[in-house]
Design a protein. Structure first.
Length: 145
């Protein structure tokens, strides 16, 4: 009798898709973290433990979104036309898009020339005389020497 109300195969599908969405979101967060650390190294910035802790907080926040979507999907589970956890998938895709956008922002930061700025400042500071430093600053401004 219980088999007619709750389909075990449909339950397995719902649970499998939900776990896959969770896994994909976690992988996207980890890729964004790795890309952020890579960008920080390329731009000669320090990697702070605060950013790493923020990643853990972000994971729990994202997981809440996916679980809320799955709860909505649990209501749809009892309807025959509702074949998959569509809301959890939709939320998961949205979160992955957010992480992908963050990775594109990291790529733009790596490609900008601001990452060369610490090297330029170091070369100015390494000048033996003030005259040499002024010469480098003038070159940066595009002035003729």
């Amino acid at each position: 009798m219980m088999e007619s109300i709750i389909s075990i195969e449909k339950f397995k599908l719902f649970l499998g898709v939900f776990l896959a969405v969770c896994l994909f979101v976690i992988v996207a967060i980890m890729l964004d973290l790795w890309d952020g650390v890579h960008t920080a190294r390329k731009t000669h910035e320090r990697v702070h433990s605060h950013k790493l802790r923020a990643t853990i907080a972000k994971m729990s926040e994202y997981f809440r979104f996916v679980v809320i979507g799955f709860l909505v999907d649990c209501l749809g589970y009892f309807f025959s036309f509702y074949l998959m956890p569509f809301v959890a998938i939709l939320f998961g895709v949205g979160l992955i898009v957010v992480e992908a956008k963050s990775m594109f922002e990291h790529a733009r930061r790596r490609q900008s020339h601001s990452s060369e700025l610490p090297d330029i400042i170091k070369s100015i500071m390494d000048c033996a005389h003030e005259k040499d430093a002024r010469k480098i600053i003038a070159q940066l401004k595009g002035e003729r020497i």
